[in-house]
Unconditional design. Structure first.
Length: 152
C-alpha cells in the first residue's frame, strides 16, 4: 500500500460501516448471551460468549486500521446503532428468535465486509483487503453454525 496524507474515502467509509456493524453485532450477541433460555441454554450461552469475545477483539483491530489509514473511527452507542441496520431482539425472545436475528445480522455484516474488501482492492490496499477477507471467513462460519442450530 502506498502511504498518502489523505485517506482513501471509499475504503474508510466502508470500514466505518464495518466497525458499526461489528460493534452492534457484539452488543446483540452479548444481549442474547445474557437472555437465552430453554433446552439449548448451555450450548447457546457458551457459543454466544465465544462469539462476542471474538467480536470485541475484531472491532478493535478494524477501528485501529481506520486510524492507521489516517481517519477517525466512529463511536458512541447511538451513532453506531444508527449506522447498523440490524434486527431488534426483544427481551423474552426465544432462542430461535435470537438465532434468527443473529444469522440475519451476520449476513448483513458479511455483505458490508465484501463491500469493504472490494473498496480496498480497488484502492490497492492489500492489508485492508486481507483483513476483510479474514473477517468474511469468520462471519460465514458463524452464520453456518447458527443456521445449523435452526435446523434442530
Amino acid at each position: 500500500m502506498t502511504t498518502t496524507t489523505t485517506p482513501n474515502t471509499s475504503v474508510v467509509e466502508a470500514l466505518r460501516q464495518v466497525v458499526a456493524d461489528t460493534y452492534s453485532l457484539l452488543g446483540l450477541t452479548h444481549f442474547c448471551h445474557w437472555n437465552v433460555e430453554g433446552p439449548q441454554f448451555f450450548a447457546l450461552h457458551n457459543a454466544f460468549e465465544e462469539q462476542y469475545t471474538e467480536l470485541f477483539t475484531a472491532v478493535d483491530e478494524i477501528a485501529e486500521r481506520i486510524r492507521a489509514l489516517g481517519a477517525y473511527s466512529p463511536g458512541g452507542l447511538s451513532a453506531l446503532a444508527a449506522m447498523a441496520p440490524f434486527p431488534t431482539v426483544e427481551e423474552g425472545a426465544t432462542a430461535r428468535e435470537m438465532v434468527d436475528a443473529l444469522v440475519q445480522a451476520q449476513e448483513i455484516l458479511t455483505g458490508h465486509l465484501a463491500e469493504a474488501r472490494e473498496a480496498a482492492a480497488g484502492a490497492g490496499d492489500n492489508e485492508t483487503e486481507d483483513l476483510m477477507i479474514a473477517r468474511i471467513q469468520v462471519h460465514e462460519k458463524t452464520a453456518w453454525m447458527l443456521r445449523s442450530f435452526q435446523k434442530g
